[in-house]
Design a protein around this ligand. Structure first.
Ligand code: IMP
Ligand code: MG
Length: 185
């Protein structure tokens, strides 16, 4: 993919193009539809990184569903995983329900482990996890996703909802951030 001149300077290259995203998200939606047919699904999405992925996924999901969000944030801005705080609690009752938990990226697994523990206290019938991206190399916690868009190498990526210090979420593709912009400490 040629690099258009209006890309932000911090982006080295595209890792996953718009058309690759489009095709893969459609495939994930088909699998999810198949697995949840006949269920009254509750989709629980993590703010804010899932914004674009979620919107694209949902428009391809034709089954009865409700949508809610959990807000998770961390104290420090930047590329390292850190202490989590909940900024928005779930409002829908998921007791006895089928839940699809959606996140942008499974990295160390800390976020999903914490969120899954919290969700399971609410006694859903089952919880399946869907992530756009996963970095297998950095896994610390024993968490696995049932639906994975793309497995990616250990690079810091932004775009299609993913941020670095809240920036670059609006890029329509997944791009690699130049390391000089996220090296901290
Ligand atoms: P984990 O808790 O280490 O699994 O990290 C998950 C969260 O860290 C994701 O929901 C993202 O918000 C963030 N994250 C991890 N890797 C990246 C990345 O490469 N780009 C942007 N955000 C990332
Ligand atoms: Mg994030």
């Amino acid at each position: 993919m040629r690099k258009p001149t209006n890309w932000p300077e911090e982006i080295a290259r595209a890792l996953i193009t718009e058309s690759q995203l489009k095709g893969r998200v459609r495939e994930l939606a088909r699998k999810i539809e198949h697995d949840f047919t006949g269920r009254d699904l509750v989709v629980v999405s993590l703010l804010n990184g899932t914004v674009m992925f979620l919107a694209d996924l949902l428009r391809h999901l034709s089954l009865p569903m409700r949508l809610d969000f959990i807000g998770v944030s961390s104290y420090r801005e930047g590329a390292e995983s850190r202490e989590l705080i909940f900024t928005k609690e779930l409002r829908l009752n998921v007791r006895g329900r089928d839940v699809l938990l959606v996140d942008d990226i499974l990295d160390t697994g800390t976020t999903l482990k914490r969120v899954l523990a919290k969700l399971r206290e609410l006694k859903p019938r089952r919880v399946k996890v869907c992530v756009l991206l996963e970095k297998k190399a950095r896994r610390v916690e024993r968490v696995r996703a049932d639906y994975v868009g793309f497995s990616i190498p250990d690079l810091f990526v932004v775009g299609y909802g993913l941020d670095f210090a809240e920036r670059h979420r609006n890029l329509p593709f997944v791009g690699v951030l130049r390391p000089q912009y996220y090296r901290i400490g």
